[in-house]
Every structure is written in C-alpha cells, then in structure tokens.
Ligand binder design. Structure first.
Ligand code: GLU
Length: 422
C-alpha cells in the first residue's frame, strides 16, 4: 500500500517496481520494446463482489487479479485480503512475482490478486462467501494453464480450499491444481506451510557463508509475525542456531536480549492475537526493532518499511527480505553504502512459490512426495538462485536487488524474444 514516509511523498509501489526494472534495463542494455513490455502488466481484471453478511445485509467489495507476464508459463501468485489494497500494490506484487519465478527458474509467469477488505472484521462464514464470490468473478481467467493463485497476506489454506471448491463446482469436475497452498487433505504439498521462511533460511545460510560469518548464537529481529515471520523464528533457531531477540506484529513488538522462545511466543500470539504483552519481554516499537544492532534482520510484513527516513540507522549485517517490497530504491543505495548484505525479496521469499510449483507438479502427477524430498528440492533451487544472484551482482558491481533483476529479467526477455513477442 502506498506509504507516507516522513518528509516524503506517498510512494506508489508500482512506481518502485518500474524504477527497479528501469535501473536493471539500463545496466543490461535491454532493447526498448522488451523494456516497455516488462514495465506493464499484460492484463488485469477489476471485479465488484456483492457479499451477503451474517446480519442479512449485502456489502459490496472490490478486488483485482493482475496477470503480469506469462512468457515463461502460466501466471502464478498469491491473493491478499487487505484494507489498503490498491490496483497499484497488486500490479507491483504481480511484477515481483514475475521476477521471483524467473529467479528460481521455474516455468511460470507472474500474477497477483487482492480484495480490499479487513478480514479481521469478517466472520468465517462471511470470509467464505467473499472468497467464493471472488472466484465466481475471477474464475474465468484462472486455471491450470492460465493463472494459479495461492495464499498471501491474510489468506490461508482454508481460503484456498473454498476457492478450489468454488472453481471445481463451476467446471463440473475437481480441479485441485488450480490453486496452491491448499490443506494437505485437498492436494496440498508437504512442506508448503513453512516454505517461504525455509527458503529464506537457506539464503541466509549461503549469505553468511559468503561473508565468512558464523550464525550460531547470532542475534535476529523479525518484523511481522504472520506465516513467514513465525516460521522464520522457528527455523532460524532450528536450522541456523540464531537467537531471535525481537519480534513485532501490527499491534507492536517485544524484546528480550536473552532470546524469545518460539513455542511460548507462538502460543501467546495464538491465544491473545498479538505478540504484545508476552510475559518476561520488554515492549519495542516496530520502528525501533528495525534499527536494532542484530546480525540478521527479517522484514516479514509489509512494503516500504525500510526507506530513506530510517535506512541510515539500520545496523543489521544481513537483511533477509521475507516480505515483498520492504525496501525502497533510495534505501537500497544507503544499505549498500553501509555494507549491509541485503537478500532481496523476490529471491529471499521465493521458497513459497517454489513449493507451490512442487504442489502443482504433484497435483498433475497424482503422486505425493514426502517432506524430506520437498526440503531437499527446495534447498537446491534456493541455493542455486542465491549464487546466481550473488555472482551476477559481483560481476556487474551492483547491489543484490539489481543482480536479481538482471538474472530474472534476462530469463523473461529471452522467453519473449524466442516467442517472437519482441
Ligand atoms: N504469495 C506468495 C508470494 O508472494 C506465494 C505465491 C505462490 O505460491 O504462488 O511469493
């Protein structure tokens, strides 16, 4: 959502996505037509959704589905339910999905969807009717060979199940593979639940190795305690030996220099709805959390939280962007000047869509893998994507985000050229 940054204008995330592409295009010497094609979504659908509320009244919601570029395969990307959603946030996120699937080299294009709503104010039955209403409108552009949605901010496996059911009813047969992030009982993949965080941990492991840093006992701060943030807390400890000293959510944050216990904090959040007030921890604001002197900082919530107003104060050694779009272009330059190693969003959080792709493959073949196989294949994908980006950034003498763009844009541009689009 466009944010107001102190002393700055509102920053439109789609303009940021376009600016990032423009920088990469200039460095790569991309031809004009390819560049212009990649600056815009191929197509987008705006929908209006009448939904009957529990009290009998009808409320009208607005939603979107953006199909950014499908040169490499069907569009893929999550659906967000958020009160501040706009067509431009969805466009930006669809662009980032295009780069994300290309950087991990899976045969998909980029898409994203969103509904302007506050799911926290809706009952489960209202949420179900809203989810089904969305599919009734957007279903005509979805499908195995066209566009495959998934969860994102405030959408869950249950919501995916309702959407899959509605779509299957429209077709007259079960089409489990039309959406990913489903519950296991309905064709979901083992390992999809923690895949975004796990993919990020593999990147952090590789980054630390390249930097000659030992992560064991290193400190970590996590902004955002949704799917990515909670699993990052768990896996940061289990896989990397990190000590998470601060976490926050939309209501506030908690800090404990001795480390926050994952199981206790997760139980507290499940019980109270927030990390705030966790017994034994001190309160910390979202702003202060970002500026903590930690080894690893994981922005895992929303866009543009690291911007020109605070980038100079960031002290982390590694920033792993589990959220989409947490750093503005100006902040990117500041972080690089400070020698902070940024693992850019569409690389760092690509684990989710990678396991979504594994889910599609399993749905198509009707043969399901065990969780070890998913983890192994995910590790291989993330590790090779990480090194492609790291090496490219070094070769071009640019920061990692631009390195990631050069890798991803190069792949999409090649597909468009081979198809004769440009
Ligand atoms: N919403 C996730 C993302 O931004 C996952 C997308 C997917 O699995 O298709 O990467």
């Amino acid at each position: 959502m466009p944010r107001r940054i102190p002393n700055k204008e509102i920053i439109n995330p789609f303009e940021i996505a376009q600016q990032q592409l423009d920088q990469a295009a200039a460095i790569m010497g991309l031809d004009k037509a390819t560049h212009e094609m990649l600056r815009w979504p191929l197509r987008e659908l705006h929908v209006t959704l009448p939904v009957r509320m529990d009290d009998g009244t009808v409320r009208v919601f607005h939603g979107f589905r953006v199909q950014y570029n499908d040169a490499r395969g069907p569009n893929k990307g999550g659906i967000r339910f958020h009160p501040d959603e706009t067509i431009d946030t969805v466009r930006a996120l669809a662009a980032w999905m295009t780069w994300k699937v290309a950087v991990v080299d899976i045969p998909l294009g980029g898409g994203k969807g969103g509904i302007i709503c506050n799911p926290k104010e809706l009952s489960a039955t209202e949420l179900e009717r809203l989810s089904r209403a969305y599919v009734r409108q957007v279903g005509r552009v979805l499908g195995l060979d066209k566009d495959i949605p998934a969860p994102d901010v405030y959408t869950t496996p249950q919501i995916m199940a309702w959407m899959m059911d509605e779509f299957s009813m429209m077709q007259g047969y079960n089409e489990f593979g039309m959406i990913t992030g489903k519950p296991l009982a309905l064709g979901g993949s083992a390992g999809r639940d923690d895949a975004t965080a796990r993919g990020g941990m593999f990147c952090i492991r590789e980054a630390a190795w390249m930097l000659g840093l030992s992560l064991e006992g290193g400190t970590c701060a996590i902004q955002g305690y949704g799917n990515a943030g909670t699993f990052a807390h768990k896996l940061g400890t289990e896989l990397l030996g990190l000590k998470t000293i601060a976490v926050s959510d939309s209501k506030g944050g908690v800090y404990d220099e001795h480390g926050l216990n994952y199981a206790d904090l997760k139980a507290w959040k499940d019980k109270t709805g927030s990390v705030v007030g966790f017994p034994g921890a001190e309160p910390i604001t979202n702003e202060d959390l970002l500026e903590l002197d930690v080894m690893v900082l994981l922005p895992s919530a929303m866009e543009e939280v690291i911007n020109v107003s605070n980038a100079g104060n960031i002290k982390a050694r590694i920033v792993g962007e589990l959220a989409n779009g947490p750093t503005t272009p100006e902040a990117d330059v500041i972080l690089r000047e400070k020698g902070i190693y940024v693992i850019p969003d569409f690389l760092c959080n690509a684990g989710g869509v990678t396991v979504s792709y594994f889910e599609m493959v399993q749905n198509a073949s009707g043969f399901y893998w065990d969780v070890e196989e998913v983890h192994q294949r995910l590790d291989k994908k993330m590790t090779s994507a990480f090194h492609a980006v790291h090496t490219t950034a070094l070769r071009y003498g640019v920061h990692n985000r631009l390195g990631a763009y050069i890798v991803a844009v190069g792949r999409v541009a090649e597909a468009m050229r081979l198809r004769g689009w440009v």
